[in-house]
Design a binder for this molecule. Structure first.
Ligand code: PLP
Length: 365
């Protein structure tokens, strides 16, 4: 046996690393990033704030300043605390670590966010994927059956869902949260909340097993890596025990406090992106052979089909976009339900127009 075989878990060796394609020189529409950058005034204000940060000191680990700013701006209910993560990816990892009792299972609808299954695997938990319906709405009966059968310790519902953009029915979600009851937690992942404008955050007091998770990534701050979650004090106290004590660095801390003083800029950008989403959606839907699924996020999931009903047409269109230096996400291989589907980030009117032109060429119509 080699050194690696002697040391590294077989299930880890069998994995491939999370692949992030090099996008240099491409119009990048694959990762739901906000296309808008900071105004010169905001750059100045931020530079000043960052330069005054005590880089020689460890962060103060209770992060009271960030928590107050986030709670105020994002409607965390009175009396509810937060746990912060280096992106929501780290929060997902913390939840897995804390809940990984022997035999504990993680459940989520599929297609869904890949980190739920990955993180479950890392922690040695079995992942149960429950297929969505063909229109990407929740299959409530299948979810309830899977919950009864598996009694998952952790259930994820992305609200809205990635990669489909679907905003699940809130009454269905409620039923699922109740069905899980006190044998599991349900994480409502609101990564795209600025584009959905609806939330379970204010409903935390109704459900003792509910965790609401958010991130500032899709709002325009993916680079600073900051996610947060709220739940009952009882639950948060346990998750906080597995959090690396200084997981949010002082530059992220200073940046978010400074930037949230100008939160209206990010809210205006989100509003622009929502308007662009409906514009791009109608433009795409008007093209022959293009199906656009309803989206409450800052991306659109589309399905392309040609006359031959080719099963690989999505790959061809994706490649033709790449040739024109446009990078979208080819999700066709992620799940059977996503055959010939592409996921496209909604961007500025200029970038959306560039995409649309290249896409029309790629379709060869
Ligand atoms: C993008 C995304 C996240 C990850 O956010 P980070 O805070 O950048 O780690 C979480 N959940 C869903 C559903 C996402 O699409």
């Amino acid at each position: 046996m080699s050194l690696v075989e002697n040391i590294i878990r077989a299930d880890v060796r069998a994995l491939s690393a999370y692949n992030v394609p090099d996008a240099t020189g491409f119009l990048k529409l694959d990762a739901m990033e906000n296309p808008y950058t900071l105004t010169p005034e905001l750059q100045q204000a931020l530079a000043k704030r960052l330069s005054e940060t005590d880089l020689n000191r460890y962060p103060v680990p209770n992060y009271a300043g960030i928590k107050t700013a986030l709670s105020t701006h994002f409607g965390v209910p009175e009396g509810y605390d937060l746990v912060l993560g280096n992106g929501s990816d780290e929060l997902i990892a913390m939840i897995s670590i804390a809940c990984a009792k022997p035999g504990a299972k993680v459940l989520a609808p599929l297609p869904g966010f890949v980190m739920y299954a990955m993180s479950a695997k890392f922690a040695g938990m079995e992942f149960i994927g429950v297929p969505l319906k063909t229109d990407f709405t929740l299959d409530k009966a299948a979810m309830l059956a899977a919950i009864a059968e598996h009694r998952p310790a952790v259930t994820y519902l992305a609200y809205p869902n990635n990669p489909t953009g679907t905003l699940f029915d809130a009454a269905d979600m409620e039923e699922i949260i109740h069905a899980v009851g006190d044998t599991g937690v349900v994480i409502v992942d609101e990564a795209y909340q600025p584009f959905a404008q609806t939330s379970f955050m204010s409903r935390l007091p109704e459900f003792s097993n509910l965790i609401v998770m958010r991130t500032v990534s899709k709002l325009g701050l993916a680079g600073i890596r900051l996610g947060y979650m709220s739940a009952s004090a009882e639950l948060l106290e346990e998750f906080d025990k597995v959090r690396p004590p200084y997981n949010i660095n002082v530059l992220t801390e200073a940046a978010i406090i400074c930037l949230l003083e100008h939160a209206e800029i990010f809210e205006a950008q989100a509003a622009q992106l929502r308007a662009q989403r409906s514009e791009l959606s109608s433009q795409l839907a008007a093209l022959p052979g293009v199906e656009v699924f309803p989206s409450a996020a800052n991306f659109l999931l589309i399905r392309v089909s040609n006359n031959a009903k080719s099963e690989t047409y999505g790959n061809e269109v994706f490649t033709k976009l790449l040739e024109q230096k446009i990078l979208v996400k080819n999700v066709g291989k992620m799940h059977d339900l996503l055959q010939n589907c592409l996921r496209i980030t909604v961007s500025t009117p200029e970038e959306n127009a560039l995409f649309l032109k290249a896409f029309t060429l790629a379709l060869n119509i």
